[in-house]
Design a protein around this ligand. Structure first.
Ligand code: FO1
Length: 311
């Protein structure tokens, strides 16, 4: 079964890793949000792409979920001593990724081609594609004005109250080479447990992508468990947008896009309300603490996916 996964950062990366362990390498393509990307120290930083790649390669920092395991901090310590900006911390090994990616982007290479080469170098066998080769940058409207995504997320620690989101450049963006082919080839599309507002929405906003996906069986995995986000500001965003955060709210948010919805067993009481949306519900253990949890959840999702295909 060919699977296309849509992923943002840490939660998406963990499920992508589970799927990569549960599927033959040729059967998995992961399309990654690039709305979180930004320019810093003159470098192009792609946090979600790097988080997905480092996780698939077994190189991710297990404490944070982003950045590299076994990092050293010489470069940023040096920046700190010189009075430079350290609000967005870049470990030394990670910095090497941004240096080489930026060098190649400046030499005219496409982000998708660079990502493919990095994946080969890191021994990643699944296909990882940025949603687009054109820059798309997420901006967050808040009670403190409009903030660039990383300014909101890291510098302001998601404290400002959000009212809307803007994906700058998305109207001029095209799906990266291979994305529409992967959609066409997919038997099943899995929306990972990533933030619906700022991780999945930018992917779905890339022109042509939603129309291509409409023909496909899609299931989403809830990033909200027991009314809380497993990681990050998703629940806070739902609340600030006037929606009670819940698995049901996530299912309602995606609505008719979905054929199936996987959510945590602690929310099993929402089963009927989700089914009433015309979406087939499946509650299970969705919190991925250990690496084994990722494969377990991936296998469950694939079984559920197969049952959706034959229904
Ligand atoms: N998140 C933080 O909260 N603080 C950081 O200093 C930080 C640095 C960082 C460096 C590289 C990278 O790939 C990710 C980094 N992140 C950091 C995480 C990242 O900005 C967010 O988690 C994602 O953009 C949201 O998916």
């Amino acid at each position: 079964m060919k699977v296309l996964a849509l992923a943002g950062g840490v939660g998406g990366a963990k499920l992508a890793d589970g799927l990569a362990q549960a599927l033959p390498p040729d059967d998995l393509t992961v399309v990654v949000n690039t709305g979180d990307d930004f320019e810093h120290f003159g470098l192009t930083i792609c946090p979600d792409l790097d988080t997905v790649c480092y996780t698939l390669a077994g190189l991710a920092n297990p404490q944070t979920g982003w950045g590299r395991v076994g990092e050293t901090q010489q470069a940023m310590s040096s920046v700190e001593l010189l009075g430079g900006p350290t609000w967005f911390w870049l470990g030394d090994r990670d910095l090497g990724t941004h240096l080489e990616r930026t060098r190649r982007l400046r030499a005219g290479d496409a982000l998708s081609a660079i990502t493919a080469d990095f994946c080969t170098a890191w021994g990643i066998r699944a296909r990882v594609l940025p949603m687009s080769d054109q820059p798309v940058r997420t901006f967050v409207s808040t009670d403190e004005g409009e903030l660039a995504f990383q300014e909101y997320f890291v510098a302001r620690r998601c404290e400002p109250v959000v009212s809307s989101f803007r994906f700058d450049g998305v109207a001029q963006a095209a799906p990266a080479p291979g994305v529409l082919d992967a959609v066409a080839a997919a038997d099943l599309v899995v929306v990972c447990p990533s933030n619906p507002w700022v991780s999945v929405a930018p992917i779905l906003a890339v022109p042509g992508l939603q129309a291509a996906l409409a023909a496909k069986p899609i299931l989403a995995v809830s990033p909200i468990v027991g009314g809380q986000a497993i990681k990050g500001p998703a629940a806070k965003m739902f609340s600030e947008l006037g929606i009670l955060p819940s698995a049901l709210a996530v299912a309602q948010h995606y609505g008719s896009l979905l054929r199936g919805f996987v959510f945590d067993e602690v929310d099993a009481a929402q089963n009927e309300a989700i089914a009433a949306l015309g979406i087939i519900p499946r509650s299970t253990a969705t919190v991925m603490k250990e690496r084994a949890d990722r494969v377990q959840l991936a296998k469950e999702i694939l079984d559920f996916g197969r049952s959706l295909l034959s229904a």
